[in-house]
Design a protein around this ligand. Structure first.
Ligand code: ADP
Length: 480
C-alpha cells in the first residue's frame, strides 16, 4: 500500500511527547513491511537542523490559499530508510521557532494559521504530486482537517482521489479550538461552520472536524476508545465520538525496540537482558550518582519521566510528599512544563536532599537512565490515552506504578489482582490511591523473590511495533 502519515511530530526530528515516538516507529515498521510510506511534518527548526535533513533537496514551491491571500512555502524531502520518505512543509514565518506550539507560557497566537497552512500544503502535494496514496493517516488536531480538505479538493478541482482517510486521536484533551474568525482561513463552505460541522460553542474545533469527516477513527488503546465516549473523559467531544462508535477502534501503541531496548541501548552506561541483570545494577548505580544519592542506597528508587501537566498526576505525587520525605525511598523526577509544578517539585527536592532529585530539562539520555536504573516507575495519570513510559519500564525490568485509566489498564496487570501474571501496581487516580500503591510497592520490594518474578514477567512481554503495525495494516486493508 501507499501510505501517507501527516503529523506535527516525529522522532527523531521533533519530539515533545509520545506522538513523536508513535509516528516515528509506526512509519518505520510499515516501511519495513514493504509499504511505501511518506510522512509529512512541519519544517520546524529542529527538523531542518537534523543531520539527515541538512542538504535535503528543495523540491518545489507551493502557493497556499488562506482566505483571500496566497502564502508561499516550500517542501523539502529526504529518505531516511528504504520505503520511507519524510517531507517537510517549510515556511520560516510559521515553523522556524525553537518550540513547536508555544513559548512555554502560552500557545502561539498564530497556531490555527500555522497548522491550516501545513495541512493545506499537504493536500496540494497529494493533489498535484505523484504520491497517489491509498491511505492518508492523520494524527491529532494539527492534521485533523485533512480529510475534509481532501474531499473539498475533489469537489473544487473535479478530481477523484481514490484514497481512504484514517484519523487517530492521540489525546482528546488537545482539540485545537480557535476563535470562529479563523474559519475564513480554511476556505471551506460556510455550511461547515455549523453545529454539524466544525462549530463548537461559537468557536472552531479542529479535532471535531477530524472525527466527523474521516473514513475511520482510531485511538491508541481499547480502553481509551471506550472512555472518550463518556462525559468524564470525552472533554466535551464524547457525543461526537459516540456518533462514530461503529467506526472507532483502539489500537495499542508499541515500543520502538531500535530505541528502547536494554540489550542495545547506547544511552545507558551498561546494557542488560532478563537473563543477566548485572547491567541494570550498573545503571542504578549511575542513576544514584547522577542524582547525588548515596551509592550504597538499597531502598527502592521511584522514577518518573513526564510532561508536567495535570494529566500526568504530578499533583498526586506532590500530595504524597511526606511519604517520599519520611520513608526510606528515593524519588527521581524528570519533566518540564507547568511552572507551578516545576516550582513545587524543586521545593520538594530542596526539602529532601539525598532523597528526592528533580530535573526540569528535556533530556533523552536521562529518560533512558531513569527507565533502566529505577526500581519502580511512577505514572499515576488522571487519564492516559495509551502511555509509552509504562511499557518502556516493563521492557527495562522496572515495575510500573500506574493508575487504572486508559491504556495503562490495557498494558499493566496488578500483581495483587493476578499474582501469576502481574507486572506492576495499579491505583485509583487520586493522592490516596497513589499512597496505597506506594505502600504496596514497599512491601513488594521487601519480598525479593516476588519482585524478581514480576520483573521477569514484565521483561518477557511483547510490546513490539510489529504487533501494533500489523493491527494498522489490517485496518487500512479493511477500509480499502
Ligand atoms: P505523552 O505522550 O502524554 O507525553 P507518553 O508516555 O505516551 O506520554 O510519552 C512520553 C514520551 O516523552 C516518552 O518517550 C518520555 O520518555 C518522553 N519525555 C517526557 N518528558 C521528557 C523529558 N523531560 N525528557 C526526555 N523525555 C521526556
Amino acid at each position: 500500500m501507499k501510505i501517507v502519515h501527516v503529523a506535527s511530530e516525529m522522532f527523531p526530528y521533533l519530539k515533545t511527547g509520545g506522538l513523536a515516538d508513535v509516528v516515528g516507529a509506526l512509519s518505520c515498521a510499515l516501511a519495513d513491511k514493504g509499504h511505501e510510506v511518506s510522512v509529512f511534518l512541519p519544517g520546524y527548526r529542529s527538523a531542518l537542523e537534523h543531520g539527515e535533513v541538512v542538504g535535503a533537496v528543495r523540491r518545489m514551491r507551493l502557493k497556499i490559499e488562506m482566505a483571500n491571500d496566497f502564502l508561499s512555502g516550500d517542501v523539502r524531502f529526504f529518505s531516511p530508510r528504504p520505503n520511507l520518505k519524510v517531507y517537510l512543509i517549510c515556511r520560516e514565518e510559521f515553523f522556524d521557532r525553537r518550540n513547536p506550539y508555544g513559548n512555554g507560557e502560552r500557545d502561539y497566537e498564530d497556531n490555527a494559521e500555522r497548522f491550516i497552512f501545513f495541512c493545506k500544503a499537504v493536500v496540494e502535494m497529494i493533489r498535484l504530486g505523484d504520491l497517489q496514496p491509498d491511505i492518508v493517516h492523520c494524527h491529532d488536531w494539527q492534521a485533523a482537517l485533512l480529510p475534509i480538505w481532501l474531499r473539498e479538493a475533489e469537489r473544487r478541482h473535479r478530481v477523484t482521489l481514490a484514497l481512504k482517510t484514517v484519523f487517530t486521536i492521540h489525546n482528546i484533551a488537545y482539540q485545537g479550538v480557535f476563535p470562529s474568525k479563523i474559519f475564513a482561513r480554511t476556505n471551506l463552505p460556510d455550511e461547515l461552520n455549523q453545529m454539524d460541522g466544525l462549530e463548537y460553542y461559537s468557536q472552531i474545533n479542529l479535532m471535531k472536524g477530524g472525527i466527523m469527516f474521516t473514513d475511520r477513527v482510531t485511538t491508541v488503546s481499547p480502553r481509551y476508545a471506550q472512555e472518550i465516549q463518556t462525559p468524564e473523559y470525552g472533554c466535551g467531544l464524547d457525543g461526537v465520538v459516540q456518533a462514530r462508535a461503529d467506526d472507532i477502534v483502539g489500537l495499542l501503541n508499541g515500543v520502538d525496540s531500535a530505541v528502547w531496548n536494554p540489550a542495545t541501548d547506547g544511552l545507558l552506561p551498561a546494557r542488560y537482558t532478563a537473563e543477566n541483570l548485572a547491567g541494570k545494577a550498573q545503571c542504578r548505580a549511575e542513576l544514584l550518582r547522577r542524582c547525588g544519592f548515596a551509592a550504597e542506597t538499597k531502598s527502592p528508587v521511584f522514577g518518573m519521566v513526564a510532561r508536567l501537566t495535570e494529566q500526568k498526576g504530578i499533583d498526586f505525587v506532590l500530595a504524597n510528599r511526606d511519604f517520599f520525605l519520611a520513608q526510606n525511598v528515593r524519588l527521581v523526577v524528570l519533566g518540564s512544563g507547568d511552572r507551578r509544578m516545576e516550582e513545587e517539585l524543586r521545593v520538594l527536592a530542596g526539602a529532601g536532599v539525598q532523597k528526592v532529585c528533580f530535573s526540569a530539562k528535556l533530556d533523552e539520555s536521562m529518560s533512558h537512565l531513569i527507565e533502566a536504573g529505577s526500581d519502580f516507575f511512577l505514572m499515576p495519570s488522571v487519564f492516559e490515552p495509551c502511555g509509552l513510559n509504562q511499557m518502556y519500564s516493563q521492557v527495562y525490568g522496572t515495575l510500573p506504578v500506574v493508575s487504572r485509566v486508559g491504556g495503562l489498564v490495557d498494558t499493566v496487570i496488578d500483581i495483587d489482582d493476578d499474582p501469576r501474571h502481574g507486572t506492576g501496581l495499579m491505583c485509583e487516580p487520586s493522592a490516596v490511591g497513589l499512597r496505597d500503591a506506594l505502600q504496596r510497592a514497599l512491601g513488594l520490594f521487601g519480598d525479593r523473590r516476588r519482585y524478581a518474578a514480576a520483573q521477569q514477567r514484565a521483561m518477557a512481554k511483547d510490546f513490539s511495533w510489529s504487533v501494533a503495525a500489523a493491527a494498522y495494516e489490517r485496518l487500512y486493508e479493511d477500509s480499502l
